[in-house]
Design a protein around this ligand. Structure first.
Ligand code: PLP
Length: 384
């Protein structure tokens, strides 16, 4: 029996929502937040803190660092100490701070495309070169599955490459990398003496019977060269509250990161810390039901698209609530614009995700089934 009603419609128009406000005429299935209310313990923690009525500079909550360490130990058998955790206001600022902290201007940063757009802009924002390698997409039973092209990665590494930014689980391909893939990445990083920034923001959104494996949990060598970025924001739908964390077991690397952040990255958000503490300690039953709902949304969308839009091909994301759709078979010049203008459905434009994104769109499954159905019906009608 389910205790939470993810079919409940929350009217987000006119609520300061970027997702619903940016394309006011369209049904928005683009930017990665969900249309669901956050779990009640988060609302209660926020209410309690708001009622105090004073919002001065905050101390970092030690119990939040302890809760994060306990969660990583319980879920992944990854032992982290509270001192190894550095709070950040968001992962995009984390990606930029790390890009700024590692190496020197003119050094290179390696990424695996197509990938979440700030992976492409953070290195350049910080005066680094972007070294990109495309992933391999293979068709499996009519759907697409992505794997890491290790030869392409090795070829993209140059003498000045200092860091690899990994996305695991991967946005937009929905892959949760298996141990063997991660071990090969760790080996590559060691051979080329690369620091790895592992963005694991989607690690709790696992839809299939697969396990998330934090890269740094593979062993002390890889842990010593890895900065892992996590947040409760995607999982518990609190991205507007600005609280994330970097886990940096290597004290020297932690110092470099803190220097990269100094004077630029603001204090962590007081309300975000209270929401994160509630999320990480009191919301696992909500999360289990959320995952069941998202899995059903994914299966519904993959099946619907195969039956009604046969010229499109989708991934079957094993993690994340993001569906990556290949529209090249439909002969559309600009699929994002087509679906926005002809269907009234706002999706993400694949070209923003770098090489391998041309002809693709990304659809956000974090909505009610009714919204998802309405969007898919409109897309089908627009394709005729
Ligand atoms: C892989 C990845 N990293 C980072 C972010 C954004 O993080 P934040 O909102 O904390 O800046 C997202 C949001 O979609 C994401 O998918």
């Amino acid at each position: 029996m389910s205790s939470y009603n993810f079919d409940q419609v929350v009217n987000r128009r006119g609520t300061d929502s970027a997702k619903w406000g940016y394309f006011p005429e369209a049904l928005p299935l683009w930017v990665a937040d969900m249309d669901f209310r956050s779990p009640q313990p988060i609302l209660d923690a926020l209410t309690e803190r708001v009622e105090e009525g004073v919002f001065g500079y905050a101390l970092e909550l030690p119990e939040l660092k302890e809760a994060i360490a306990a969660r990583l130990a319980n879920r992944y058998d990854w032992q982290v100490t509270p001192e190894e955790i550095v709070f950040l206001p968001g992962l995009v600022s984390g990606l930029n701070a790390v890009s700024r902290a590692i190496g020197a201007p003119g050094d290179g940063i390696l990424v695996n495309t197509p990938v979440y757009p700030p992976f492409l802009t953070a290195p350049e924002n910080q005066g680094r070169e972007l070294h990109a390698a495309e992933q391999r997409a293979e068709e499996e039973g009519g759907t697409l599955r992505y794997t890491i092209d290790f030869d392409a990665l090795e070829t993209a590494i140059r003498p000045n490459t200092r860091m690899f930014i990994l996305c695991n689980p991967h946005n937009p391909t929905g892959r949760a990398y298996i141990r063997e893939e991660l071990e090969r990445l760790a080996d590559m990083a060691a051979r080329h003496d690369l620091i790895v920034c592992s963005d694991e923001i989607h690690c709790e959104l696992i839809l299939d019977d697969v396990k998330h494996i934090p890269l740094a949990s593979l062993g002390p060598d890889v842990a010593a060269r890895t900065i892992t970025l996590i947040a409760p924001s995607k999982t518990f739908n609190v991205p507007g509250l600005g609280l994330s964390a970097a886990i940096v077991p290597n004290a020297e690397l932690r110092k470099q990161l803190e220097q990269g952040m100094a004077g630029i990255v603001p204090h962590c958000n007081l309300l975000g810390m209270h929401a994160a503490l509630a999320a990480y300690t009191q919301c696992d039953d909500w999360l289990a039901e959320l995952l069941a709902y998202l899995r059903a949304n994914r299966d519904y969308a993959v099946d619907y698209i195969a039956r009604h839009m046969p010229n499109l091909r989708t991934t079957v994301p094993e993690a994340t609530y993001l569906l990556w759709i290949d529209c090249r078979g439909a002969g559309l010049e600009n699929p994002q614009q087509f679906f926005l203008e002809e269907a009234g459905v706002a999706l993400n434009d694949g070209t923003a995700f770098g090489q391998g994104g041309e002809g693709f769109v990304r659809l956000n499954l974090g909505c009610t089934r009714a919204t998802l159905k309405e969007a898919l019906d409109k897309m089908t009608a627009a394709l005729g």
